[in-house]
Design a protein around this ligand. Structure first.
Ligand code: HEM
Length: 460
């Protein structure tokens, strides 16, 4: 290729200009502003500098992409030129080579192996577990009681994912697992610090993390071991499928590979859904009109009955409430992809090693795609609204080949739990409870959400 042609073409396309972006500091570049308030900082950057914003964090270059077609380019059209980011890869201690972090041929094989556990008919069958576990959790709750709804949801969604995918009852260990998960997940957020201390150095944080990770390892490995010991390897669940699969050469997955997949599904499969539900309940306390409308739909369709998957198509408002909560408080609030080779994004050159950042928090609140974006308005989710929406103007589950494998699992679970809980109780925010989003690896309530439960009189 003639180098001058390339030069001209690039100039024409504006490829020699760097994308605009905020000035950085001598040490850490833009990290200080980002670390102080990631949600506010990224939103301000997109508003001030546009759809492609250049950021520098700790000597590395990032491009914040905030237009649906640019996100589609990275996640779908040119997905082969991108890998998961270093941040995720650094969390190998916990996630290993599981579905969320692996790449290439190994990822493709594992995805193919895992996919059948998420087929429609399987998810319908899981619906029974979801609804009955929700009922079991509700039996433990009393009118007038104040509970941390985030903690309750974390416990419930963990129990559900363990039962559905691995036929394991973690009820007794749920609190323990919850505590260990909390420490482990805090580790993700600590990675925003200016000075990062290597995992091998026994700081109090690292010691706590290692202890939590070991506790989780123990629980996951005991699930695998018990299954092996029972001699009943084919129970028809995901664990059986993973244990029995061979890679064509007769090789089965090792315990360590199994551990990575189980741990990944535990982690990816419960906190996100728990957050979606926690934010949903919180929005309902702030929006009485939506709360009443939801109660009316539940009374009309269920009349106090335990919800089933078959009921869900008759509960469109339940779905709209969940979708709207995930628009404003997306549990996965940011995604990253690192370019393997140089490419062109939005008229700018993106060199190899640069990371594209795509934030659901930013795009879901963009007035170009969502009218009155800051308002919680479940009624916006009409069929026409969805039809008009560019594909990546709403992407709570990501997109392209690495799209969330548990999307329909999560939507079924969230709707069933919301229906079960909301037809039994109305919630009020406990006095003095501050609710603040905390953008860790997921977007969760910083100090939990303490709610007082009020019994629902029929229809209200
Ligand atoms: C509301 C709930 C959930 C949300 C918002 C959510 C969001 C996401 C997003 C955005 C991704 C893509 C990440 C990326 O491409 O970088 C993802 C991937 C993934 N999710 Fe979910 N998720 C949810 C629930 C679940 C559940 C219930 C499961 C499993 C039971 C699950 C398992 C996974 C796995 C294994 C991946 C990696 C898939 C791959 O790379 O092949 N998620 N999720």
């Amino acid at each position: 290729m003639n180098p001058h042609d390339t030069q001209e073409r690039r100039e024409e396309a504006g490829l020699l200009r760097a994308p605009p972006g905020p000035r950085g500091h001598f040490v850490g570049d833009n990290l200080r502003e980002y670390a102080r308030d990631p949600l506010g900082f990224l939103s301000d950057c997109a508003r001030e500098y546009g759809d492609v914003v250049k950021l520098r964090l700790m000597g590395r270059t990032f491009l914040l992409l905030s237009r649906p077609d640019l996100i589609e380019y990275v996640l779908v059209e040119n997905n082969r030129n991108f890998t998961k980011t270093r941040l995720l890869r650094r969390n190998r201690r916990l996630l290993g080579e599981g579905l969320l972090t692996s790449e290439g041929g190994f990822w493709r094989r594992q995805r193919r192996l895992t996919q059948p556990a998420f087929h429609r008919e399987r998810v319908i069958a899981y619906g029974e577990v979801m609804a009955s576990f929700a009922e079991r959790a509700l039996e433990g709750l009393r009118e007038g009681e104040t509970v941390d709804i985030h903690e309750e949801m974390m416990r419930l969604t963990l129990e559900i994912v363990a039962k559905c995918l691995f036929d394991a009852d973690v009820g007794a260990e749920a609190e323990d697992v919850g505590r260990a998960m909390k420490v482990a997940l805090e580790d993700f957020s600590s990675q925003r610090r200016l000075i990062r201390i290597p995992k091998g150095i026994p700081t109090p944080h690292n010691v706590r993390f290692e202890k939590a990770a070991r506790r989780l390892d123990g629980i996951v490995l005991s699930i695998i071991e018990e299954r092996r010991k029972s001699g009943e390897e084919d129970r028809g669940d995901l664990l059986s499928m993973l244990m029995l699969a061979d890679d064509g050469s007769g090789e089965r997955m090792t315990d360590s590979q199994l551990r990575d997949e189980v741990m990944t599904l535990f982690l990816a499969g419960h906190e996100t859904t728990a957050n979606a539900l926690s934010w949903t309940f919180w929005f309902l306390t702030l929006n009485i009109e939506a709360e009443v409308k939801l109660a009316e739909e539940l009374e009309r369709v269920l009349g106090g009955r335990v919800p089933t998957v078959a009921d869900l198509s008759g509960l469109p408002y339940v779905e709209r409430v969940v979708k709207e909560a995930m628009r404003l408080y997306p549990p996965a609030w940011i995604m990253g992809r690192e370019a393997i080779g140089e490419c062109e994004v939005g008229g700018y050159r993106m060199s190899a090693g640069t990371t594209a950042l795509m934030s659901q928090w930013v795009v879901h609140r963009d007035p170009r795609y969502h009218y009155d974006p800051e308002r919680f308005d479940p009624d916006r989710w009409t069929a026409e609204y969805e039809k008009e929406l560019p594909r990546f103007a709403y992407f709570p589950f990501g997109g392209g080949p690495r799209q969330c494998i548990g999307a329909s699992f999560a939507m079924t679970e969230a709707r069933l739990i919301l229906a079960a809980v909301a037809q039994r109780f109305r919630m009020e925010l406990a006095p003095g409870q501050r609710v603040e989003p905390y953008p860790s690896v997921t977007l969760r309530p910083k100090e939990g959400i303490r709610m007082t439960l009020a019994k629902r009189s029929r229809g209200r």
